[in-house]
Design a binder for this molecule. Structure first.
Ligand code: GDP
Length: 538
């Protein structure tokens, strides 16, 4: 650890990095489309009074908000694929909510965001329980070992039984749910919640359209009984049941990823949103030292360091502007500082540094561990790259995730061969697509693999407009990829007629299958072949 000292000129010391990092709560919401993530984001921002009225944060068809004009595709679709992080102060804390694109724009970026957070909020629709996309994102959180808070949303609407939902969480995620609040009234008859920390009752009051902060009334247990009668009694009994089965919050188990604290909410009415913010501030971890590629730890007090978790290109086609989003790991970031790009050893001037959320960009002058900064003119930066000041450091490469869509990519114009090669290599290095090859295609055409099909459109668009090499994509019928090795490959091809073996740029061999059924047969007949799940493979 470096000594605490005043930096010449800057006046900000390593101590500032520690103090400021201690105030940070950097998290993302993991959920399935329609669980209420945008509504919750708006409600959180409203609670922290970033915006005057719910409805101003997110852009979606039919809603006021941010339709980015950075990419034509976005314009046509009315969706945003460029938002990054919302920052606001709450109590003494600075909350960084990183956006996880989730509808048609679900992509590898969605997974990568989870490499830049210290905690996740798993948002569950009370009627639907744990859905596919939530489980995929949860797998990434589990892989990283980050703590997960659970919010059961839409309790104002008919849904599953609360105890049943707790069983579902523990069976499907392996986490023990430890409810902090417990609903009074079944889903669809939301009266309020019992606060398990002190046995008090927080009464739910509806507001018109959820446009303002719902007044929350706190009553004593006696007053709650008098008011709600049987519904209160049942909540008390069920809460006792949870206690008896060891489902009480214990901070160390939460931080170790063994348990998940649970809150019940109605995001659309802003109920439970304040409790979520309080829980984030009180329980979620602040940034801490980051493991390096060499197995050491970059401490918060060390000089500035950060890694790139997302690169957004093509926002301004005229200038080929690239925006790289970094998560700060140590030290203090000051706009204008010149840092080193670890992969190339070259200096990188951070003249233009911005907060970016949706269309809103504002300059950042100073930022601390846990914060996200968008760096403009970042043409040399790729996903996973490390930046540092003074003392060199290299963070481990970012995990690559299991692709689910595959397509052979061919240039339309043979004369544009060079541009084609350059463009494909660029998209690969940015992590827009995974580029795979196989001997099966005589012309050597690469196979592009992605998490969400939207990435194909981005790739096609950029190949034509940015690299001047229009392409055709031929979709392949695979949806499942597993890691394998040279020794197992022939056995897999012999036993599974519809499988294919593809090689990734980093040398990894992937066995791809049309669906899990062919794979199951193979695993039953040839259990010795190496077939390892990639992160987020189902
Ligand atoms: P996202 O796809 O996860 O971002 O979901 P949205 O925030 O767009 O919400 C999907 C739909 O569910 C919208 O019509 C919301 O108004 C509605 N919704 C969100 N939260 C709640 C809630 O707590 N109660 C009810 N009844 N509806 C909700």
């Amino acid at each position: 650890m470096s000594v605490v000292e005043e930096r010449p000129g800057g006046g900000r010391s390593p101590r500032d990095a520690v103090d400021q990092a201690g105030r940070r709560r950097t998290f993302a919401v993991i959920s399935h489309p329609d669980a209420g993530k945008s509504t919750l984001t708006e409600a959180l921002a409203l609670h922290a009074r970033v915006i005057g009225q719910a409805g101003a944060v997110h852009g979606k068809a039919g809603r006021r908000g941010t339709v980015s004009d950075w990419m034509d595709i976005e314009k046509q679709r009315g969706i945003s694929i460029t938002s990054a992080a919302l920052q606001f102060e709450y109590r003494d804390a600075v909350v960084n909510l990183l956006d996880t694109p989730g509808h048609a724009d679900f992509s590898e970026d969605t997974y990568r965001v989870l490499t830049a957070v210290d905690a996740a909020v798993m948002l569950v629709d009370a009627a639907k329980g744990l859905e596919a996309q939530t489980m995929k994102l949860f797998a990434v959180c589990r892989h990283r070992g980050i703590p997960v808070l659970t919010v059961i949303n839409k309790w104002d609407r008919p849904g599953k039984d609360a105890l049943e939902l707790m069983d579902e969480i523990s069976e499907r995620t392996g986490l023990t749910p430890t409810p902090l609040t417990w609903p009074v009234g079944i889903a669809g008859d939301f009266r309020g919640v019992l606060d398990r920390s002190d046995g008090s009752y927080r009464r739910f009051t509806r507001t018109a359209g959820g446009a303002t902060i719902a007044p929350e009334e706190t009553l004593s247990a006696d007053a709650a009984l008098a008011r709600e009668g049987e519904a209160w009694q049942q909540a008390v009994e069920e809460a006792e049941l949870l206690g008896a089965s060891g489902q009480d919050h214990e901070q160390s188990l939460f931080l170790d990823g063994v348990t998940t604290p649970v809150l019940f909410a109605s995001a659309v009415s802003n109920f439970g949103v304040g409790a979520l913010l309080d829980t984030l501030v009180d329980l979620a971890p602040a940034p801490s030292g980051m493991p390096t590629a060499e197995g050491a730890v970059r401490e918060l007090t060390d000089p500035f360091s950060a890694f790139v978790f997302k690169v957004q290109a093509g926002m301004d086609t005229a200038h080929r502007d690239r925006l790289a989003f970094i998560r700060i790991c140590s030290g203090v970031f000051e706009r204008g500082m010149v840092v080193t790009h670890a992969r190339t050893g070259r200096p990188f001037a951070t003249k233009y540094a911005q907060h970016v959320f949706g269309r809103d960009r504002e300059s950042i002058d100073v930022a601390y561990p846990g914060d996200v900064v968008g760096l403009v003119n970042a043409n040399a930066l790729g996903v996973g790259d490390t930046l540092y000041a003074d003392r060199p450091v290299q963070f481990p490469p970012l995990t690559t995730f299991a692709p689910e869509h595959f397509a052979v990519c061919r240039g339309r114009d043979a004369a544009k061969h060079k541009q084609f090669r350059k463009g494909i290599a660029q998209l690969d290095s940015e992590g827009v697509v995974q580029v795979l090859t196989s001997d099966r295609r005589g012309d050597g055409a690469p196979v592009l693999a992605v998490v969400g099909p939207m990435q194909f459109e981005v790739a096609t668009h950029r190949m034509e407009h940015e690299f001047g090499a229009p392409v055709d994509l031929d979709r392949l019928p695979y949806s499942l990829a597993l890691r394998t090795d040279e020794a197992s490959a022939p056995g897999i091809l012999a036993a599974a007629r519809n499988a294919e073996i593809l090689r990734r740029g980093d040398g990894e061999l992937l066995a791809v299958f049309p669906d899990k059924w062919g794979l199951r047969v193979l695993q039953q007949n040839k259990p010795v072949l190496l077939l390892e799940p990639l992160v987020a493979a189902q």
